[in-house]
Design a protein around this ligand. Structure first.
Ligand code: NDP
Length: 492
């Protein structure tokens, strides 16, 4: 059985902590994958100190050289794609097709960031004074903490670590404790690609101890976090008190609007994919279907049929369409929300329970669940469930749909199904989410396109794409005077 180690200052180190937990396959809890010693606060401090020490030489390494190393990592991710996808499926539970997709996204992100290293440019700006000009340069921040969740345990770390390194920062990577296998392989790949000692450090340990130590360390100049709102907001409060930069990507409660002229085949298939894909454990998962009354009966009937036909099973089985919840705690959360939906008076159309047939009782499987007649005040319409649960909210018309879709604390993703161009453009104007999709699922994104949300979902700069490096760099403005004389204008 594997025992996971920390990576500090270029060395793999077994934690001296007496505390450990097990890495368990959520599709079959008899399959114990490894032992996870939980890093101590002292080990977390050591990782930050190593990163601080390594910063001096890494920041002065030319950006294209840094980019070349990240580019090599992209090729190594490609070479090891299948092995990593298998590790991911076994410890997180998503289907092997989803795992391969996540790996491809990670490769794309690393390739994109490697290219950005040659575009780490500033501006030259004409001065209002003669024989003067100004320019800007982008500089790294220092030690950056990348705190990541379990639901995309390869892609999210890569889309934080790759731009952080390209920009010249050193990194302490704190993955979710329950997905250590992927975190170790990611770190090994960057090591093999040639990242110098101390530039990337990995700490596997509980959020409330090792994580807390990292984010509160004075040498940590910036924190990029993805996870729950509770942790994200607390971390933001703590770090902003000392002036550290923070980027948080948190929950979603993503609506899809279905109008009377929607292509219903397309809508049902896309919404099944968005709501039940990755067992609903995506921040961009479709969790609210806002449907106009005229087509609501048809939609509910057809989405329920599709939900019932989903093939549940181990992620490693290529026929599986939906895997398990990631662990017992997440599984219990999903079942709790199903109870809450019932108690609040929503109509349970299908699912609503644990799946146990054909060996599914060995894992944390929940039947894809659809609730109808959900009202905007119900908790299942407002709170992130992170499970295969779709709430259908019936509305009168487009105006009512917009009101209901926007009546939400979160603002990550959204989608609309209609062929009416005018209403598509009104939807794009009025929907309060950072990303939106037309006639396609609320999920999905591309490596070279910015990613992130508004309202209660996001704090700080967008990740990925043209904005990926904004968070990881500081802008310096330089004034150049080549008159050789005392300044005579611009005295303000
Ligand atoms: P958390 O927010 O608890 O965890 C995310 C990361 O933060 C993990 O690495 C975690 O470590 C770490 N962490 C936790 N507490 C601290 C702390 N005090 N200081 C520093 N780091 C900390 O999310 P969970 O994984 O527990 O998931 C809970 C819920 O969050 C889900 O049900 C879902 O609703 C939401 N979520 C949203 C995601 C999104 O992409 N929007 C992604 C994942 C979850 P550790 O694993 O050791 O606790």
């Amino acid at each position: 059985m594997t025992t996971y180690q920390n990576f500090i200052n270029g060395k793999w180190i077994t934690s001296k902590s007496g505390k450990s937990v097990q890495n368990i396959n959520p599709g079959n809890i008899d399959d114990v994958i490894g032992n996870i010693p939980l890093a101590t606060r002292a080990e977390a401090r050591l990782a930050v100190e190593s990163a601080a020490e390594a910063f001096r030489s890494w920041r002065s390494t030319p950006a294209p050289t840094r980019g070349r190393i990240v580019g090599k990592a992209a090729r190594l991710f490609e070479d090891n794609k299948e092995e990593l996808a298998q590790i991911l499926t076994r410890e997180e539970g998503k289907t092997i097709a989803e795992a391969r997709g996540e790996l491809q996204r990670s490769i794309n992100v690393a390739e994109f960031c490697a290219g950005e290293a040659r575009r780490l440019t500033g501006e030259t700006i004409p001065s209002e004074l003669p024989l003067n000009f100004a320019y800007t340069i982008k500089q790294p921040l220092g030690v950056v903490a990348c705190v990541t969740p379990w639901n995309f345990p390869v892609a999210i770390p890569v889309w934080k670590i790759a731009p952080a390194l390209v920009a010249g920062n050193t990194v302490v990577f704190k993955p979710a404790t329950i997905t250590p296998g992927t975190a170790v392989r990611i770190t090994e790949i960057f090591q093999e690609a040639g990242i110098p000692a101390g530039v990337l450090n990995l700490i596997i340990g509980s959020g409330s101890e090792a994580g807390d130590e990292i984010i509160n360390h004075l040498a940590v100049k910036a924190i990029s976090f993805t996870g729950s709102n509770g942790v994200g907001i607390r971390l933001y409060e703590q770090a902003s008190r000392r002036g550290a930069k923070v980027q948080c990507e948190m929950g979603g409660k993503n609506p899809v609007v279905i109008l009377e002229d929607a292509d219903m085949d397309l809508a049902v298939e896309s919404i099944a994919q968005g709501a039940f894909g990755s067992s609903g454990q995506r921040c961009t998962a479709t969790s609210r279907a806002v449907v106009v009354n005229d087509v609501a009966d048809e939609f509910v009937d057809r989405i329920a049929k599709r939900a019932k036909s989903m093939r549940l099973g181990a992620g490693s089985d290529p026929n599986t369409e939906m895997g398990p919840s990631v662990d017992e705690s997440q599984f219990n959360t999903v079942l709790k929300y199903i109870d809450v939906g019932r108690e609040d008076g929503a109509t349970l159309v299908c699912g609503g329970s644990r799946a146990t047939s054909n060996g599914l009782d060995k894992g944390y499987f929940v039947h894809p669940t659809v609730f109808d007649h959900v009202t905007p005040d119900m908790r299942i319409a407002r709170e992130e469930i992170f499970g295969p649960v779709l709430s259908v909210l019936r509305v009168r018309d487009f105006e009512h749909a917009m009101e209901v879709a926007n009546d939400c604390e979160y603002g990550l993703s959204s989608s609309i199904f209609t062929n009416d161009a005018a209403r598509i453009f009104r939807f794009v104007d009025e929907i309060e989410t950072g990303m939106t999709h037309i006639n396609s699922p609320t999920t999905g994104g591309e490596a070279h396109i910015p990613f992130g949300g508004t309202k209660g979902t996001g704090i700080g700069d967008r990740e990925q794409g043209s904005t990926a490096l904004d968070f990881y760099t500081e802008l310096k403005v330089v004034y150049v005077d080549y008159t050789g004389r005392k300044r005579e204008g611009n005295l303000y």
